[in-house]
Write a new protein. Structure first.
Length: 439
């Protein structure tokens, strides 16, 4: 009997560890791999001891005390799941609570599915001594965890876990204890009594539906937080674009004034008979310092000359064919952010290439009839994945990167237009179309 008990404990611990690992693998580690290994080992030992000591209660113990003891036992296991995330991963306590409670709900649902699958073999009360109990339990885990991975965790894997620094997660923890643990223990107590099995099955079904609802609710909280964070980040990017545009415009003006003064000094030196070779070099340097991109728009001149200098420093060729008047109806900060983000994304991609002939960016801005089009093309290395029409960032910290493309699309849509991202072989294309107001 003792072997069967340990077999059950091992099965439960393995299910819970797998559930919590599905979240842990998406989070940055806290410390070295040794810390993770020790944390996981400590969780396995502690959870096994807690379950071994709390699941089987002597018959001499009053029913209410046995019920309370099992609630404390499984609540302790939930706390251990939160603890192993917090100890081994570089996240806040609130994020650890989100991961631990979500993982516990997943395991609870997997156990329920295993119970339903085992009904034809064991009857109304599960028999932990039958092999079918563990086979159906494994099938339940495989089915539920696969569905959660497909429907819930895939988005977390893509976007990261953001915005869970919320004390409100404590309320979620309390609800998990009340619903997933207390309700479950009450159902098992009723199943062992004289309550008709139909009622027990109905209550268990209600429990499972509530668990699904709570799991979805947790992820909806995550997604809503992500949306709020995205909106806040885009707002910060817009403010930053306005500040950078003012600085760039002032910088260009100061530079032109300095070049103007330098030319006067060169002419004075010429009258004094200074060395012609030195004067010629100074003249070339002065001419090179003057903004070379002329689009007819102060904002586009500022951003394109700023990016031109940046590209030259990185050994990248930036080719521009731009009609500055085409974006005259767009706010200066939006135009600066739109073109700036487009060039920055292209520069990041070509900056990873070794071949000099591939380190090139082509930008075209023109008006055709009632539409304004902005096209940016660049080479890239590797492959690119698209989700909801946007390229997925290749930066390891996905939670804090990838906002440039979102900003481009948001600005285009703000003026009734659209932004399309595509890849053709090793060339990446950005195409923005915006209608001209009143046309």
């Amino acid at each position: 009997m003792r072997l069967i008990q340990w077999l059950l404990v091992g099965s439960i611990v393995a299910q819970e560890l797998l559930a919590v690992w599905l979240f842990m693998r998406l989070l940055p580690p806290r410390g070295t791999g040794r810390r993770t290994a020790l944390g996981v080992a400590a969780f396995v030992v502690a959870a096994a001891l807690v379950l071994r000591g709390g699941v089987w209660v002597p018959t001499s113990v009053p029913a209410w005390m046995a019920f309370a003891g099992q609630v404390v036992t499984y609540s302790s296991v939930l706390a251990l799941m939160v603890a192993v995330v917090y100890v081994t991963r570089d996240v806040s306590m609130w994020t650890a609570i989100f991961c631990g409670s979500s993982a516990y709900l997943m395991q609870n649902l997997a156990s329920a599915v295993g119970y339903y699958l085992d009904l034809p073999s064991s009857g109304h009360v599960a028999d932990i001594g039958l092999p079918s109990f563990y086979i159906t339990g494994a099938l339940g885990v495989a089915l539920v965890y696969w569905l959660c991975q497909r429907l819930l965790l895939r988005r977390v894997e893509r976007d990261g876990i953001v915005g869970q620094d919320d004390p409100g997660m404590v309320l979620v923890m309390v609800l998990v204890v009340l619903v997933a643990i207390v309700f479950d223990m009450a159902n098992k107590l009723l199943a062992a009594g004289r309550v008709p099995f139909t009622y027990v099955l109905l209550l268990r079904g209600i429990h499972d539906v509530v668990c699904v609802f709570m799991l979805v609710m947790e992820f909806e909280m995550l997604y809503s937080r992500r949306l709020e964070e995205d909106l806040a980040q885009l707002g910060r990017m817009r403010v930053d674009a306005e500040r950078r545009y003012r600085l760039a415009r002032e910088g260009v003006g100061d530079l032109n004034m300095q070049v103007h003064d330098l030319r006067h000094q060169i002419r004075s030196l010429e009258r004094l008979g200074s060395d012609e070779g030195v004067l010629a070099q100074l003249t070339r340097d002065a001419n090179a310092s003057v903004a070379r991109v002329r689009t007819g728009s102060a904002v586009l001149d500022a951003i394109l000359n700023e990016k031109r200098l940046l590209c030259e420093r990185e050994g990248v060729t930036l080719t521009c064919i731009a009609d500055g008047s085409a974006l005259s109806f767009v706010a200066e900060s939006d135009a600066y952010s739109l073109v700036g983000n487009a060039v920055d994304n292209a520069l990041e991609a070509v900056g990873q290439l070794e071949e000099p002939e591939l380190r090139a960016i082509g930008l075209t801005l023109r008006r055709t009839g009632a539409m304004v089009s902005l096209s940016v093309d660049n080479y890239f290395d590797g492959s690119v994945d698209f989700v909801d029409g946007l390229p997925v960032t290749t930066h390891p910290d996905r939670a804090n990167h990838g906002y440039g493309t979102r900003s481009i699309r948001a600005i285009a849509e703000r003026y009734g237009g659209s932004a399309t991202f595509s890849a053709d072989g090793d060339v990446f294309h950005l195409d923005v179309l915006v209608p001209v107001p009143g046309e």
